[in-house]
Design a protein around this ligand. Structure first.
Ligand code: DMJ
Length: 559
């Protein structure tokens, strides 16, 4: 073989460059192959986790609501949903099979079509809502209504080929029936819905008038989709009226409290946060904007997001603050907050998302699994809230961040999470919640969101095909709804409003939708988009609130 040194210098340089290029190409291809092999392996691992949870549910709990994996039994009393199973249910009907409803969209993504079809048929024949059961409106909306609507949309999409036999919109009919049973909850002087509703009898006498911000501010995706699909505007109008009323109740700092009274419209808990009781309110403002293209959703989101950065954010962390004064109240990380970086990805605030996600993963690694609460001021676990009920939020954010950055580090994060879940929570009868992450003592409960969200987001982290094919938004319970331009409100011809979002940006985004870009690529950061087109006009967006501490500093638009 001729060595490089025998050639003249020019040829030598050329040959050496060629060899180096080939070398890098080989290395690059092999690392790409390695990455693909890893993704394939991880997809299989997550699929096995899903089926371990699903098969055990079907064997020991179906058609009841949720699985008790330690005793291989079931529960119908969902602490959060209410109690769908009462003694006087028809004798041929034994439960509401919430876990099955919640599993359908995951079966469509990672399972096989015959199981999806089997589930659809069973629910079509057996699910009934004419039952004397008091349910939590928010939980029933995100789990049951959202699960049915999403599965219906997946079933009617011919490219999925999920249904071989005939499908006559049975899931949509069920969703419509359920949606109508929700409507009496909205008959309050304020339009804000009661937190609890009896599916047969409407609002019960002496029902509590207390609800949470997320409880009445995150219904718009499911109820809006139901209106678009049925042509009955009442669902969307009720949810939108409640959302607007809630927004009117914000403080002058654009903050909302955590609990309120639906009759008087007064705040009961003034402490405000991005966590429990408020979380999905922020999420639904942005996702409603993506799904329905209504400008005021964006306007509300951008103001609310800006306030969250001003009053809650401390470096990568988010504490709670009083809605009236903006003064910090509680300094704690709550595991529900871990969805926030995923939302920031959708808002185009990737750098901030990344830094917050890293802190959450640091706490996950510290304990082996994420505790429900962690005290930021003492850097220690909360003395009583040490549990981990198989929550999905950190997996969700990891999925979004990987989609946005393609940084393989996020795959390592997902792999570590899969490892911990198998190590600490897998039992012969399914996956069990952790009662105390410091001892890894288990609890006899496999929440339905483990199948709807945790397994789904972990799978999607290693599988690009589902989100690459279509534009989807995922509801707060992880149920996909396709983004279609026919659901989008058309912008007025002449634009002169004072919204943060300009017509140009809206058109820019509409162009992206029409060109088939994924919803994940619609990072709606107005400042970045506008400043790059009109450099003379400097506009700070919510993504770039200056922070006094140098190491907490947000990046400038240029950076
Ligand atoms: C899920 O039911 C939903 O994500 C909800 O919005 C809050 N979190 C739980 C799971 O942790």
């Amino acid at each position: 073989m001729m060595s490089c040194t025998l050639l003249n210098p020019k040829k030598r340089l050329f040959l050496c460059l060629l060899v180096s290029l080939a070398f890098f190409l080989v290395v690059d291809t092999s690392s790409q192959q390695h990455l693909e092999a890893k993704k394939k392996l991880m997809r299989e691992k997550v699929r096995q986790m899903f089926y371990h949870a699903y098969d055990n549910y079907m064997t020991y709990a179906f058609p009841h609501d949720e699985l008790k994996p330690l005793t291989k039994s079931f529960t119908d009393s969902l602490s959060e949903l209410g109690n769908l199973k009462l003694e006087h249910l028809p004798t041929d009907y034994n439960g509401s099979a919430v876990t099955l409803v919640e599993s359908l969209s995951s079966l469509a993504i990672l399972g096989n079509s015959s199981e999806f079809e089997k589930g659809v048929r069973w629910l079509s024949d057996n699910l009934k809502f004419d039952i004397d059961a008091r349910v939590n409106l928010f939980e029933c909306n995100i789990r049951v209504l959202g699960g049915l609507i999403s599965a219906h949309l997946l079933a009617i999409d011919p490219t999925n080929r999920l249904i071989q036999g005939s499908y006559n919109n049975q899931l949509l009919r069920l969703a419509e029936d359920l949606g109508k049973r929700f409507l009496p909850a909205f008959e309050t002087p304020t339009g804000l819905p009661y937190a609890w509703i009896n599916l047969k009898n409407g609002v019960m006498e002496n029902e509590t008038t207390e609800t949470s911000t997320s409880g009445c501010g995150s219904l718009i995706l499911e109820m809006g989709a139901l209106s678009r699909l049925t042509g009955d505007p009442r669902f969307e109008s009720a949810a939108l009226r409640a959302l607007r009323q809630l927004w009117r109740m914000r403080s002058s700092l654009d903050l909302l409290g955590t609990t309120l009274d639906v009759v008087t419209g007064e705040w009961l808990e003034y402490s405000s946060s991005i966590g429990a009781g408020v979380d999905s309110f922020y999420e639904y403002l942005l996702k409603a904007y993506i799904l329905f293209g209504k400008e005021d959703y964006w306007q509300m989101f951008s103001s609310a997001y800006l306030a969250s950065q001003k009053y809650f954010r401390h470096g990568p962390w988010y504490h709670e603050a009083n809605m009236w004064s903006g003064k910090p109240t509680y300094w704690q990380l709550t595991s529900l907050q871990a969805f926030w970086p995923g939302l920031q990805v959708l808002a185009g605030d990737i750098a901030a998302a990344n830094s917050t996600h890293r802190e959450f993963f640091y706490v996950w690694e510290k304990f082996g699994i994420l505790p429900e609460r962690y005290l930021l001021d003492h850097q220690m676990i909360h003395p009583t809230m040490k549990y981990y009920p198989l929550r999905p939020e950190l997996a969700e954010s990891t999925f979004y961040l990987y989609q946005a950055t393609k940084d393989p580090w996020y795959l390592d994060v997902g792999e570590a999470m899969v490892k911990s879940l198998n190590l600490y929570t897998k039992v012969p009868g399914g996956f069990a919640s952790v009662r105390d992450v410091t001892t890894m003592q288990l609890e006899d409960h496999q929440h339905s969101f483990f199948l709807a969200e945790t397994c789904k987001y972990l799978y999607l982290l290693f599988d690009d095909s589902f989100v690459a094919k279509r534009n989807y938004i995922f509801t707060t319970e992880g149920h996909p709804i396709q983004v279609v331009s026919s659901w989008h409100e058309k912008l007025p011809k002449s634009y002169s409003g004072n919204w943060t979002l300009s017509k140009e940006l809206a058109n820019l985004q509409r162009g992206a939708w029409e060109s088939g870009a994924s919803a994940l690529s619609l990072q709606v950061c107005p400042s970045i988009a506008l400043n790059s087109r009109r450099p003379e006009q400097h506009r700070e967006s919510a993504c770039h609130v200056p922070d006094e501490k140098i190491n907490h500093r947000c990046r400038s638009n240029k950076e």
